[in-house]
Design a protein around this ligand. Structure first.
Ligand code: FEO
Length: 174
């Protein structure tokens, strides 16, 4: 059912999602150092979501008898200097991840692997949301982030974000 090509692409995607988590932890770490705890919170939660994305794919492969191989996660390689650097890199990164998901979807489509296409629908939709969120963060910063009082308000807004396990993992552990 699952071809070697599609299986391998999904296996690689586990690593990409874990790298995303690591990258966002690096962003959170940067904002923590800068005293912007709300931005740090936002990326901290984003990192947890990325790990959920990775585990969702891992479980799918396990359920479809693919032998998963976990490989080393690369070092986050973005040089963070200005306060909006993570926001710019974040949007760029999500667009890249979207292209990866679409590439796997295309391979599943070629294989007439309808099960994997259905599984990936969740990721396609999630990527749309992640790009909107990343774009919003950047737009708001560009509009308001250069005024200390407005930045304080933005930071407080982002501090209210809470983590919810991604629905791809189900609502309960069964
Ligand atoms: Fe799992 Fe933000 O892509």
């Amino acid at each position: 059912m699952l071809s070697e090509k599609v299986g391998n692409l999904l296996n690689d995607q586990i690593n990409k999602e874990m790298y995303s988590a690591y990258l966002y932890l690096d962003f959170a770490n940067f904002y923590e150092r800068k005293g912007l705890d709300g931005y740090a919170n936002w990326y901290d939660i984003q990192a947890k979501e990325e790990m959920d994305h990775a585990i969702g794919i891992l479980r799918y492969l396990q359920d479809n008898d693919y032998v998963v191989t976990l490989s080393a996660i690369a070092k986050p390689d973005k040089e963070l200097v200005n306060l909006d650097d993570p926001l710019k890199y974040g949007l760029e990164h999500e667009k890249y991840v979207t292209s990866l998901i679409h590439n796997i979807y295309g391979a599943a489509y070629e294989d007439k692997d309808f099960r994997t296409m259905k599984f990936l629908d969740w990721y396609v939709e999630e990527q749309g949301e992640e790009e909107v969120n990343a774009n919003d963060l950047l737009t708001k910063f560009e509009l308001f982030g250069h005024d200390p009082q407005s930045l304080y308000s933005l930071d407080n807004e982002l501090a209210t974000r809470t983590y919810t396990q991604a629905s791809i993992l189900g609502t309960s552990e069964e």
